[in-house]
Design a protein around this ligand. Structure first.
Ligand code: FE2
Length: 489
């Protein structure tokens, strides 16, 4: 491993490393770095050779000569082999995750490249169904105004004209053009125009004005997901049950400990996976005066408590955790997984991924905390926090988890747009809005998981009614689901 990489791994985990220790890591086994990070005390600031030596010493004949009686007690109990078998039967493959892939340093050109990548990925999806013309070509040629044509562009602006029509400006890689959607021409078309969001990529089919500067839309087409992908599932042998939750908010004084303990008690032999879509803890300084609503005011103590709760989950259950906006990772999305300083508080078999991330547990699960829902609910008429399924279905139609740039979601300009839904999941799992909603769109099950805290002061002021202490259980073979409620007032 390169020197820079090692320094970065330690830095991300909250440690510095001295040159001697660095050299020992470089020349040691590939597992050494993980062993050091697991064993080191969180009070250590600089990792030195004294922290590494005990881990590199090989077993001497002396230490190998363990008395027979002691050897017996050190034998692995039979249960552990069963557990290992079970975990092997139910593997988790991480298909997509930003962790350790971040490229951005925040330069202007990176934003340009980020949007180019978004356009090219989404336009490619539309091009399979729509034969488009480059926008620039519409202005150069003397087009027949009666001929229907299509363009594919990213939305630059949307507004309502003084007469109540919708005017959308779109841009492709050759130029920009305005699109007019008449309010009385076609109700369905006008409704879809009202839902168009800034920065999404759409195809517009219509006729051109005589000066070539305006398209009168007949149809708006979204990238969308295929009508059916059952054939993809049919050949797969998904098995077991997965439980989906999010927004635990450990550390908040509204965290519902009784309901949580009831839930953990309920987790039985028939459950194989527990998937958590962010906001494991309440965090600190996330909103003004949050300190008045905290039961635990130290972020690391919040995670220690969260680890205590999650480590008590039955050992055969594979836990997958992705972060949210209350967690201690960078706020700009996509977010990497928790740093080592936090993950080492938890059971070593827990799988930590970034936000968003796609994992395969027999079916493909796309996990996204869901902060973009704030922007979508504010922008799309008829959407509300009470119905989280609506923005989630919209994400699938747009094939994008966070379409609006410059809203509540701070988007880091990565080289690749990690929010594009290029591979269609079997399950889309979000949280963030603290309300429960499960729906099916085509062959995708969308799950919003609610929360494990009761109504906060902020939610009271905003008149937001959360759905606390609910968990969605999905049978992965049949994709049937049940929503269970552990809330007892
Ligand atoms: Fe939350």
């Amino acid at each position: 491993m390169e020197t820079g990489e090692i320094i970065q791994i330690f830095a991300e985990s909250g440690f510095q490393i001295d040159p001697q220790a660095l050299e020992a890591i470089k020349t040691g086994s590939p597992e050494l770095i993980q062993d050091v990070l697991k064993s080191i005390d969180s009070s250590v600031l600089v990792v030195g050779i004294e922290h590494i030596k005990p881990l590199t010493q090989s077993i001497t004949p002396e230490s190998a000569a363990i008395p027979a009686q002691k050897q017996k007690t050190m034998e692995l109990p039979k249960l552990d082999f069963t557990l290992k078998d079970k975990l092997l039967q139910h593997p988790v493959t991480i298909l997509k995750d930003i962790t350790n892939q971040s490229t951005c340093i925040g330069e202007y050109t990176e934003f340009v490249n980020y949007f180019k990548d978004r356009y090219s990925l989404l336009a490619d999806m539309l091009r399979k169904r729509i034969s488009r013309r480059p926008i620039e070509s519409l202005k150069k040629r003397n087009m027949d105004a009666r001929e229907e044509l299509s363009i594919i562009g990213m939305v630059l602006d949307t507004k309502t004209t003084t007469n109540g029509h919708k005017l959308i400006e779109v841009e492709d890689d050759t130029g920009t053009i305005r699109v007019l959607i008449h309010k009385e021409k076609d109700k369905e078309l006008f409704d879809s125009a009202r839902r168009v969001l800034l920065d999404e990529v759409i195809a517009v089919t219509g006729t051109l004005s005589s000066d070539g500067n305006l398209i009168f839309a007949n149809r708006i087409t979204l990238p969308d997901i295929p009508n059916t992908q059952k054939s993809m599932l049919a050949g797969k042998k998904a098995e077991g049950k997965a439980v989906f939750i999010s927004d635990i908010h450990v550390g908040s004084n509204t965290f519902l400990e009784d309901a949580w303990l009831k839930f953990v008690d309920w987790l039985g032999d028939d459950i194989d996976y527990l998937v958590i879509a962010g906001d494991v803890v309440d965090g600190i300084g996330v909103f003004p005066n949050q300190d008045k609503e905290l039961a635990i005011s130290d972020i690391y103590e919040q995670y220690e408590k969260a680890a205590e709760y999650l480590n008590a989950v039955p050992k055969h259950i594979k836990i997958i955790i992705s972060p949210g906006n209350h967690d201690a990772v960078r706020q700009a999305e996509p977010q990497p997984r928790f740093p080592e300083r936090i993950t080492r508080m938890f059971r070593s078999d827990i799988i930590f991924v970034g936000n968003p991330a796609m994992v395969d547990i027999g079916v493909k699960v796309l996990i996204y905390h869901g902060r973009s829902m704030d922007d979508m609910i504010a922008s799309i008429p008829g959407f509300s926090y009470a119905e989280p399924s609506k923005p989630m279905v919209e994400m699938l139609k747009l094939r994008h988890l966070s379409p609006i740039y410059g809203g509540r979601v701070s988007i880091a300009p990565e080289q690749k747009d990690h929010f594009v839904i290029d591979v269609v999941p079997d399950i889309l799992h979000c949280g963030h809005v603290h309300t429960v909603g499960v729906s099916r769109y085509r062959d995708v099950l969308t799950i919003n998981s609610g929360t494990w805290q009761s109504q906060t002061e902020f939610q009271k002021r905003m008149n937001l009614q959360p759905n606390p202490a609910q968990a969605t259980v999905v049978d992965l073979a049949s994709m049937e689901y049940r929503i269970l409620n552990f809330y007892a007032k």
